[in-house]
Design a protein around this ligand. Structure first.
Ligand SMILES: *[C@@H]1O[C@H](CO)[C@@H](O)[C@H](O)[C@H]1NC(C)=O
Ligand SMILES: *[C@@H]1O[C@H](CO)[C@@H](O)[C@H](O)[C@H]1NC(C)=O
Ligand SMILES: *[C@@H]1O[C@H](CO)[C@@H](O)[C@H](O)[C@H]1NC(C)=O
Ligand SMILES: *[C@@H]1O[C@H](CO)[C@@H](O)[C@H](O)[C@H]1NC(C)=O
Ligand SMILES: *[C@@H]1O[C@H](CO)[C@@H](O)[C@H](O)[C@H]1NC(C)=O
Ligand SMILES: *[C@@H]1O[C@H](CO)[C@@H](O)[C@H](O)[C@H]1NC(C)=O
Ligand SMILES: *[C@@H]1O[C@H](CO)[C@@H](O)[C@H](O)[C@H]1NC(C)=O
Ligand SMILES: *[C@@H]1O[C@H](CO)[C@@H](O)[C@H](O)[C@H]1NC(C)=O
Length: 559
């Protein structure tokens, strides 16, 4: 009998003999498989978990240990990342391919094993290899410990709203071809709301969008995930306001908004009062992109909020959709986010900083012998485009295997310049390497992420694995180390795991390196990750076992 089965049986007995809600171990099985799926009038096989798109929701409780057995039944390699889960000492279960594990190869399986520590709210899971996450993703719902209420009126019902992006073509083939040629990838053919694009009347059998039936007088909590690969999105519901109460599984000071702004990788909880009695109302997801030169999918995905008892054929009440370059809507949303910072949920912002870092975000064009165009697009932090190693960095770190990475990632740009000025350095090449930045256990970091005009300024959603960080400041233009810190919010800055660096601007984040291991940081626009807008921190063990990474599980995949 496999160890997984043994644990499963023990947990089953324990849970049946006590009350189900008291189970401390949650067990899931994820079969990664091919599933024929029809969207935009065309059927194609896609990679799914358990045949579902979006995939199954994980329902867990703060403090639970979660065991997910991932069985790879497809012909490609697979890994799953539990986005935003802190993975204290359990980096082996974080998921990014070649960072914390080798891929789960066809026909193999791996049990992800982690404990939810001091987190509650909405997060999500997704494939972390190639562009597989386009169809391999789902929500993670973490409810507070038993008997602990939300710090806001309890909603009557909850629903997951997962925003995504759909390509008619095979996504893996599409990106491989783009890389071979040395050009950008195709834009998507549609956005999706809970896997559906919205009605397509031109199909021989018309396809409907997602229809959400609500009851008048009830309060709902929407658990919203942006699982799109490459686009930041606006989301709104006609005639209804949303009250934001949580982002990236941390509570925020509630505020009301008509439109939410959410980057790939981010999650949030919003309360909706269904108090309009009757009617059908449009739900819309549309892209945000300030740079008119960057090609994007400019379509809008639609769904319907329908009051129970309303005739489905009653005309849908529409809403205006923010222009794709409406920076003011995006900025005012982002500026409204503040940590709840209550007695129960204090904002523990690091005040004394051990490492003061500044990473630029830029692009480069390097010669490429194997590319059809003779050159390739690359993206970088501090002018270093990341090269994925052939074995996992965490393995190399844990077993002291030399030659896999170096720990000399520069904490500041080697050649400072006017990052956002009109005259950019003309040499657009970039260095490449597998270089990490080393941190002692419990040291504190301030990291300024500085966008540049190198090729094109853009809003970059940067995601850090293994930690939450506080967003203490942001601004346009170049970060000024003399003046800008005077305006930092060190009291109630929002705490999250993914932050949009403003187009042609900067953000400053702070975190405490209290989680030993190797932790990936990258742009959550998949196209930029592919081009190397990635790096990793290596955090050494502290004193004793409680501050040290656990040994690798026996079934950890090998390369
Ligand atoms: C998908 O559909 C094709 C064509 O009908 C069929 O050959 C194939 O077996 C199906 N694949 C799966 C995984 O169901
Ligand atoms: C999960 O990890 C814990 C250590 O954190 C270990 O004690 C336990 O045996 C693991 N469970 C399985 C099923 O591997
Ligand atoms: C959307 O983009 C296409 C080209 O990709 C363009 O032809 C069209 O005018 C755009 N639509 C809007 C509303 O901007
Ligand atoms: C958005 O783009 C349109 C058309 O390109 C332009 O007319 C408008 O001024 C832009 N708006 C903002 C806020 O930049
Ligand atoms: C790796 O090196 C560290 C520090 O030198 C040592 O404490 C540790 O035991 C080594 N680990 C292995 C697996 O050899
Ligand atoms: C980045 O590195 C490349 C390769 O070494 C070099 O040619 C280029 O000048 C550097 N750019 C900057 C802005 O430092
Ligand atoms: C980490 O550092 C902080 C501040 O210096 C200190 O209060 C705390 O006890 C340290 N934690 C550990 C686990 O060493
Ligand atoms: C899966 O990953 C392994 C280890 O890196 C590699 O050797 C193998 O070629 C990959 N298999 C596929 C089907 O991509």
């Amino acid at each position: 009998m496999s160890k997984f089965l043994q644990v499963f049986l023990v947990v089953l007995v324990a849970c049946l003999t006590s009350s189900l809600v008291q189970c401390k171990i949650q067990i899931y099985k994820f079969n990664v498989m091919m599933t024929n799926t029809t969207r935009l009038c065309e059927t194609k096989p896609i990679v799914t978990v358990n045949g579902l798109f979006p995939g199954p929701t994980l329902f867990v409780k703060e403090g639970d240990t979660v065991l997910i057995k991932v069985v790879n039944q497809i012909q490609s390699n697979m890994t799953i990342h539990w986005h935003g889960i802190r993975q204290i000492r359990t980096g082996w279960s974080d998921g990014p391919a070649f960072i914390t594990q080798c891929p789960i190869q066809p026909g193999q399986s791996y049990v992800y094993n982690f404990t939810i520590t001091e987190q509650r709210g909405t997060l999500w899971w997704h494939a972390h290899i190639g562009w597989m996450r386009s169809t391999v993703h789902g929500a993670v719902v973490i409810v507070p410990k038993q008997g602990v209420p939300y710090p806001f009126p309890t909603p009557d019902k909850e629903i997951e709203i997962i925003l995504g992006e759909w390509w008619k073509s095979d996504v893996e083939e599409m990106i491989e071809n783009a890389l071979k040629i040395g050009i950008g990838p195709d834009i998507s053919d549609s956005y999706t709301i809970n896997g559906l694009t919205g009605p397509v009347s031109s199909c021989s059998s018309p396809q409907e969008g997602f229809n959400w039936v609500v009851e008048n007088g009830k309060k709902y909590m929407l658990r919203i995930v942006n699982a799109a690969l490459n686009e930041e999105l606006f989301f709104k519901i006609a005639n209804h306001k949303l009250t934001i109460v949580e982002v990236d599984a941390t509570y925020v000071k509630p505020f009301q908004t008509e439109t939410i702004f959410i980057t790939p990788g981010q999650t949030m909880n919003a309360i909706l009062d269904a108090d309009l009695g009757t009617g059908n109302y449009l739900m819309a997801a549309s892209p945000f992109m300030e740079e008119v030169h960057v090609p994007i999918d400019n379509r809008t995905a639609t769904a319907t909020l329908q009051y129970s008892g309303t005739n489905p054929s009653e005309p849908i009440k529409l809403t205006d959709i923010p222009a794709q370059n409406d920076t003011s809507v995006a900025t005012s949303f982002v500026d409204s986010l503040k940590s709840l910072n209550s007695q129960e949920y204090p904002a523990r912002v690091p005040l004394n900083i051990d490492h003061s870092l500044l990473f630029t975000i830029g692009f480069g064009i390097n010669p490429c012998a194997n590319c059809v165009t003779g050159s390739e697009l690359l993206a970088n932090f501090n002018n270093i485009s990341f090269i994925k190693p052939e074995i996992s960095l965490l393995n190399a770190h844990f077993f002291n295997i030399s030659g896999v990475f170096s720990d000399d990632f520069p904490g500041n740009p080697l050649n400072p310049y006017d990052y956002t000025g009109t005259s950019q350095p003309r040499n657009l090449r970039t260095m490449q390497g597998t270089r990490l930045y080393r941190l002692a256990y419990n040291s504190t970091v301030q990291l300024v992420l500085q966008d540049t005009g190198m090729i094109s300024p853009e809003n970059h959603p940067i995601h850090l694995h293994g930690f939450n960080f506080f967003v203490v400041g942001k601004g346009l233009g170049n970060y000024n180390p003399d003046n800008d810190p005077n305006n930092f919010n060190l009291v109630d800055p929002v705490e999250r795991n993914t932050i949009g660096v403003p187009t042609g601007g900067w953000v400053a984040i702070r975190f405490r390196a209290d989680n030993p291991g190797v932790w990936f940081m990258h742009c959550h626009l998949e196209v930029h990750t592919t081009w190397g807008l990635e790096m990793a921190f290596v955090v050494d063990n502290g004193k004793g076992p409680k501050e040290s990474i656990l040994p690798p599980p026996q079934d950890l995949p090998t390369c």
